[in-house]
Ligand binder design. Structure first.
Ligand code: ADP
Length: 475
């Protein structure tokens, strides 16, 4: 753990193990921190806030740009650590490190543009001045699927705004977090500005985050169930909250779309990170006139994917995070097949040879998926493309919106009017139109409904860490 500028062990030297999901091997043991460690980190962050908030955005940008440079210098090492504990292919891990570094440089600059306002008053003797100030100590909780970019997407804007931070990374992927904090240390951030608490049991740390009066803001990325619970507890103490939660993205291929282009896009985005992404397509609506062309291209490409240890050359899809994740995917596939879905490729666990030691499920294409199946409603977080054929463009918008989630959606169409109608009508925060990567440090990322509160990235991402103050001046 990294608290007040020093590396620390847990009380009574308690430890927990970090495992490699491709091999089942123990990689390392780490301090198993709890409420006490979280409290010490919050105290340090509160003390450091007194001076960090008074630095200029230009000074803060220098720290962030140094961290950016170190992250790019160490890209390959960070990627290797990530692949070992998370499983994604090394190339995908390299891409994620670059994406993570982008949040440091983008917000280093954006911090310089936290402008105030002067508002005309109805009274001749009065002036209104609006000022934005950092909220204070930020408690951040991040997930295991994107072990580095979810950290910088929160810490980049928080630090640029003048906040100090305590981070609890996911228990499955703390090693990437530790490497990231070595970067903050080497970039020279003053003691207490960034703090890291690791632990096997998130509950006592989370409880300290939502109840400690020194914490001003909680930012969380993870499951909807945990997000709702933490947001509820934080609300009791009137803390600011941002949540980026689950999704159930529709991927719509209209009649006028190019089915091959759409299938190529789907294969890339659906199987990214073994389907373990909140913006992963979960219901793929394909117009029946495009179905054959779409399925041919998709099934061929998916059948050609190579599952394995992400460290090995040629591997295009890694393991799932743990046994529970494999069991969930398996139960969704079994349920769909029992209710009439057809498996075009994949459909089962992979246990051949070395794969048997890890948590592998074959990349799968299911068609004839219907609304009575679990996979139509529940987030899969696994490598299964669930195809729902449809006949009428007028129905598909309502079908796509028929979910409690509202994070990402995708539309394939070559007709501008149709695409624009869907873009405007879809009740989701992020829409890819003939585009599978609608995310960037510069663009707002976040969802509606059960997918969360607030936005990360973009100028909206920094406003989540700022308070607004107005001054009425009588002259
Ligand atoms: P997932 O199902 O993706 O693992 P979780 O919501 O369980 O999603 O995990 C996301 C993050 O939330 C992780 O860092 C995890 O440790 C943390 N977390 C899970 N349960 C709690 C809790 N009760 N209090 C605080 N943090 C929690």
């Amino acid at each position: 753990m990294y608290i007040n500028g020093s590396w620390a062990s847990a009380a009574a030297n308690a430890e927990f193990e970090v495992l490699n999901p491709a091999t089942g091997a123990v990689i390392k043991s780490l301090p198993d921190g709890g409420g006490e460690a979280a409290r010490a980190a919050i105290d340090a962050a509160a003390e450091a806030f007194k001076t960090w908030k008074a630095t200029t955005p230009y000074q803060r940008a220098e720290f962030l740009m140094r961290a950016h440079a170190l992250m790019m210098e160490r890209q390959e090492n960070l990627a290797k650590v990530m692949t070992a504990e998370q499983g994604k292919p090394l190339r995908a891990a390299m891409t994620e490190v670059k994406y993570a570094a982008d949040f440091l440089s983008w917000f280093a600059e954006e911090g310089k543009r936290v402008y105030g306002e002067i508002i005309p008053s109805a009274r001749a003797d009065q002036r209104f001045y609006v000022l934005h100030q950092p909220v204070g100590v930020v408690a951040a909780i991040t997930p295991w699927n994107y072990p580095i970019s979810m950290i910088t997407r929160k810490l980049g804007p928080a630090l640029a705004a003048g906040c100090t931070v305590v981070l609890k990374p996911a228990e499955a992927t703390p090693l990437t977090a530790i490497e990231t904090f070595k970067i903050f240390e080497d970039a020279g951030f003053p003691p207490g500005v960034v703090n890291l608490v690791t632990g096997m049991d998130p509950k006592p740390i989370g409880e300290e985050f939502v109840s400690n009066p020194k914490v001003a803001k909680l930012t969380f990325t993870g499951s909807t169930a945990v997000g709702k619970m933490l947001a509820g507890q934080a609300a009791g103490n009137m803390k600011r909250v941002s949540c980026e939660l689950g999704g159930h993205a529709p991927f719509i291929v209209l009649e006028d779309a190019d089915p091959e282009h759409a299938a190529k896009g789907l294969q890339l985005v659906k199987f990214l990170n073994t389907g373990q992404a909140c913006i992963s397509p979960n219901r793929i609506f394909v117009h029946r006139n495009n179905l054959d062309g779409f399925l041919d291209t998709l099934t061929g490409r998916v059948a050609g994917m190579k599952a394995g240890n992400g460290m090995e050359k040629g591997v295009t899809i890694g393991p799932l995070v743990n046994e529970a994740a494999v069991a969930k995917v398996e139960s969704q596939v079994r349920d769909a097949v029992a209710k009439g879905a057809k498996v075009l490729t994949g459909g089962e666990r992979l246990t051949n040879g070395d794969l048997g030691q890890g948590h592998f499920f074959a990349p799968t294409v299911l068609t004839d998926v219907t609304p009575d199946m679990l996979i139509y409603r529940e987030e899969t977080f696994g490598p299964v493309a669930a195809i729902v054929p449809f006949d009428d463009n007028d129905d598909v918008l309502a079908m796509a919106n028929d979910t409690n989630y509202g994070l990402a959606a995708y539309v394939y169409s070559q007709n501008l009017t149709q695409a624009m109608r869907l873009f405007e009508g879809l009740e989701f925060g992020i829409i890819g139109v003939n585009d599978i990567n609608p995310a960037s440090a510069a663009a707002p990322f976040g969802g509606r409904k059960d997918s969360g509160l607030g936005r990360e990235g973009s100028r909206e991402g920094i406003s989540e860490y700022l308070e607004t103050k107005v001054g009425g001046f009588s002259i």
